[in-house]
Ligand binder design. Sequence first.
Ligand code: HEM
Length: 639
Amino acid sequence: MQALRHDSSGQVGMPVIDIHNHFFPESWPDLSARYGTPDWPSIKHTEAGKAEIMVGDRFFRHIYSACWDPEVRLQEMDRDGVDLQVMSATPVLFAYERPIEHALDCARLFNDAALELCSRGKGRLKSLCQVPLQDIDAACKELSRCVRAGHLGVQIGNHVANKNLDDPGIVTFLHHCADEGAAVLVHPWEMFGQERMAKYMMPWTVGMPAETQLSVVALILSGAFDRLPRTLRICFAHGGGSFAFLLGRLENAWHHHPVAHGESQHPPSYYLNRFYTDSAVFDQRTLQFLVETMGADRVMLGSDYPFPLGEERVGSLVRRSNLSKDLKAKLLGGNAVRFLARRSEDAQVPEAAGNRAGVIATSPPSGSEPGQLTYSSYLKVPELLELQSPQSLPPHHDEMLFILVHQTYELWFKELLHDLDAVVGNLQKAGQAPQSRDEVYEAARLLRRCTEITRVLVEQFTILETMLPTHFLAFRGLLEPASGFQSEQFREIEFLCGLKDEKMLRYHRPTPEAYASLKRRLEEPSLRDVFFGALQAMGKLAPGKATETERDRFEARARAVHALYKDEQHHRDWIDVCERLTEFDELVVSWRLRHIQLVERIIGIRMGTGGSTGASYLKLTLDKKFFPELWEARTLLTE
Ligand code: HEM
C-alpha cells in the first residue's frame, strides 16, 4: 500500500482499515419460496432506517440502515476515522447445511449484492465473499468467480457440521484461497453445547471464543499449517477467541504428551506467524496481551460493526491503548495492508473522501507492486538492524562487532535447533517404519547441514580476534553479569543432543521462559536416545534390562553401532547417519577449542563474567561428547 494517511488523531499514518464488519442488503428475494424449504433468513423493515432479521418466523437480530446504506456507512466511517471497510455477510447466511444448489445460489446472491454495495461506497467499501463450503469444488469455483469480480477474499464459518477446519476438503479450499491470493476471515458460528448455553447470550460470549480456539488448534495440530503454503493469509475473528489466552496450556500439553502433538511438526507457538486475529476483544489488557502473544504484525482492526456487539466507535480500543504509535499504526491498518496485499490494486485505499484528510503518496520499491512483499519486509531487515544496543557511552567502536558476532552465532544456533529437532523427528519415524529408507536419508541430509553450519561457527571466531584485548576491556565491565553461560540455545543444543546437565539451569533463573524451555529439553528424549531407540525398534539393539548398569547399557549400544559398521553392505544409510553424528560431535569440540583460544587471546586466564575460572574451566568441557558410543564403537572396531 503506498498511501500514507492522516489517522483521526491528526497524525500522519497508515490507512485505517476495518477487516471485520458486516452488511445485509436492503432486500432480497423470499428464499423459502425460491427454494421451497423453510427457515431461510429474511429482512423485515420496521420503521425508517430500522429492520429485523428473521430466520423463518423467529426473530434473530435488530439492524439499522448502516447494514445496507453506503451513505450511512461512509458517514460513520468518517466519524470513526476509518478509511476502508472490508465487509462480509453474516454466518446466518452461510447455508452450509442446505442442498448445494440452494447454498450456491444463496452465496451468489449475497456476493453480488456485496459488490453492488461496494460500487456505491466511493472506493472505501470492499468485500469478502461467502462460499458453499459443504461442496469443495463448488466453493473453489465460487471463490475464483468472486475474486475475479472484485472481492478481496472470503469469510468462512469455522466448521461445516462436524468437520473442523482440518477437514481435508476444507484444507484443499484454503490451499485454493492461497493460490488465488484471497484473504480468509474465519468467523465462528453454530456454536457447540447450545443446549447448555440457552441463557445470557452465552453462545456469543462463551461458545464463539471456544469455537474459534478449536479451529486454530485443529489447523495447527493436524499439521495443516505444515502443508499449506505460507502465502495463505488467514485471520480469526474476535481476537482469535480464547486461543491466545490458552496457548500456554496447549503448549504444555504438546511438550508433555506425544498424543497432543497430533500431526504438527512443531510446538503450537511456532505457528503464530501463520495467521492473524482481529482486535475485537473490547478490553485494553486483553488487547495488550493479544499483541504480546501474537506479535505486533498479526493483529488487525476488526470491529463487528454495525452489530450490537460491535465496537461502538470503531478503532477506539486501539487508539486509546498504551501501545506505541508505530504499533497502533500497524493494528489500525498496516497489518491489514499485508493481509489484503496480494490483490494490491483492490486493497488500495482510495483518495481521501469527505472530511478525511489528504493522502501523501510514498513510492514502493522500484520494480515491485505497492503492498507486495519486498526483500526488506520479508526478512524484517529494519527490525533486525534495530537490534544492536551497545552499552558503552560514547559507543566503543568494537562493541558493535562484539554484539553482531554473538547475534550471528545465536541465529545459527536457531537453525541448528531447527534442523536437529527435525532429525529427531526423522529418526523417531525411521524406528517406527524400519522398511522406509526415506527418513534415514533425510536425517543424514540435515545432519550434513548441521556439520556445515558448525564448521562456519568454528571459523567465525577469527573475526572477533581482530579486536584487541584492550579494546574489549574498555567495555567488558559493562557486560557483567551477562555471560555465555546464559546462552539458552547453546545449552538447548547440548541437552537436545544428549548432554544433559541440570546444574546448568541455574544460569537461566533470571529468564523464566528460557528456564522453562530448557527444563522441557531436559525431560524430552534426546537425539542420542532417539537414535538408539530406532536401532532397538529395528532389532539391532536388545531392549535394556532392569538389572543392567549404565556401563552395560553403554557397551551394548557401542556394540550395536559396531555391528552396523561390520555389515556395511546392508547398513550404508545408518552408517551415514553415524558418520554425520560423529562429525558433528567432532566439530562441536573444535568449536569449544577455538572458543578457549579466543578467550585466552582476549582475557588470558582471567575469570569469566559468569563467575567461572575462565579458560581453565572451559578446558574441562573439551572431553564432553554428545554421542560417546559412536566413539567407543571405533575402539571396538580396531580390536
Ligand atoms: C571476547 C570474546 C569472548 C570471551 C572473552 C568469552 C569468555 C567466556 C568465558 C570466560 C566463559 C566461561 C563462563 C563465564 O565464566 O562467563 C564463556 C562461556 C561461553 N561462551 Fe564465551 N567468550 C567470548 C565470545 C563468545 C562468543 C562469540 C560466543 C558465541 C556464542 C560465546 C559463547 C559462549 C558459550 C556458549 C559459553 C558457555 C560454554 C559452556 O558452558 O560450555 N562466547 N565465554
